[in-house]
Structures are given as structure tokens and as C-alpha cells.
Design a binder for this molecule. Sequence first.
Ligand code: ARG
Length: 286
Amino acid sequence: MKKGTVKKLIASVLAGALMFSITACGNKNNGGQDGNPSSSQSSSEGILEKIKKSGKIVLGTSADFPPYEFHKEINGKDEIIGFDISIAKEIAKDLGVELEIKDMKFDGLLTALEASKVDFVMAGMNPDAERSKSVDFSKIYYEAEQTILVRAEDKEKYNGVESLTGKKIGAQKTSVQEKIANEQIRDAQVKSLGKVTDLVMELKNKKVEAVVVETVVAKSYAAANKDLAVADFKFDAGKDEIGSAVAVKKGSKDLVEAVNKTLDRLISEKTIEKMVIEANNQVDNQ
Ligand code: ARG
């Protein structure tokens, strides 16, 4: 009898969960894909409303990208910090909700967003044309250049794109840097991995000769690892690849507006530059 009640309870909870996911799914399908603006709007309102109701907003990031986002032990506890995280906290604050962070591989971020596993993505992500087909982006909040990280003893050797011809080059899977390595370095043997931290290990272990990364990120790793250095050149970046933006699920008009409002405030207060300096100071130096 008691068992039966428990079973019934489980069944009804499951049914409820199913109903909920069907409703959520229904909302998703209305996400403007049918080109009907009113259904698109109800979907976007749904997202902002859902966030406010739940009292939290979930950020997806790949915390291997100092000073944007990285792990650091603070008072014996592993924390994810960086200037993307500081900005995300301001977005959450302006919405009046808590920030929850989900750390994952860079190449899984947009899928997680599309599947509503996260509400927004901040990962030093460039809003390129390909990505813009599947997600929406905020305005650009930070601009960066692309270079390579090398072993300190090779800094003179790798002084331009030509010097990298035919070499083993590391780059993060599905990143703009992977594209740059393939397109701009002649005969490059590109090794793509999910985490920049693993690429840095490959570099130290001489499995690759250089890792393509953003200059600020390269500087950050070089400051933390005396055996690494930033090369003295930069790649020609395409217009898509210059700045970072916040990604949200396609059709989330209200959320993009809210995010842009926070970004406008931070940009006009010149807060982002301060956050970058602060994050750089927090990177562990050796
Ligand atoms: N800016 C590059 C891109 O958008 C790389 C970003 C990598 N970010 C990270 N958190 N690992 O493709």
C-alpha cells in the first residue's frame, strides 16, 4: 500500500516534469523560427520571466581563458573568476537575480544554450556569422587581438606567420583561433583540443610549437608560466573576430536588451577596463 503511494507520487512527479518539458519545448519552438513576431516575442518574454521567477540566471562558460574566465583557489575554495564573470554578475544584479556558473568545454557552449541548459554564454566569444545563425549576440563589450603563445626560448624564432609554416600548432576546438591557424598558417598541422589549459600543457611538453590565442590571454598565461612567452606579432583578424559579445538563445529579444543595457552602463562607466586589470592581477603568478 505504502509502496503504491510512493509509486503514484513518483509517477505524478514524472508526469509533471514531462508536462513542464513539453511546455518548455513548445515555447522553444515558438522562438521566432516561424517568423511570426508575436510568437517570437512571447518566447523571449518567457525567458526573461523564467529567469526572474527562478531567481537565478545560468551562465555557460569555459573557464580556461584568463583573464576572461579562469579557476582560482580563494580561501581554500575553487572559484571561477575573471572579467567575463564580473560582467555576468552585473547582468545578474541588474536583473535582481543570482548568478549560477556552469563550466564546460568551449565547443559545447552553444549547444548547451540552444538546449536551454544555460541562459547565456560569456566566454570571450566572437559573434561571427556562423554562430549568429544559431544564437543571438549582444553588442561587443571587449576587443582583442590574436597572437601565439610559445615556449620562452622560442620567442625569437617564431616572429611572424611565415615562421610557423608546417609546424604543429595548438588551438581551441571550434574557436576562431582554430580557423586562424588553419587559414593563415601555411601547411599548419593544427591540433585542436577542448580546453586551453590542455593546449598549454601540450606546448610545455613540446607536443606543439605554438598555441593561437588572444593577446590578453597569451599575456596572462605567460605571466603565470615563466617558461612561456607571447610572440611579437599579431594575426590579421577578420571583422567578425575582433570583439567579444554575450550569446543568448535565438529570439531572446528581451534578454539581449537587458544585457545590452548593463553593458552600456559598464562601458560608459569605464568599468570593463577596470575589471580586466583586476582579473589580470588575480591570475596566479609564478
Ligand atoms: N575568441 C575565440 C572564439 O570566439 C575563443 C574564445 C575561447 N573562449 C574560452 N573561454 N575558452 O572563438
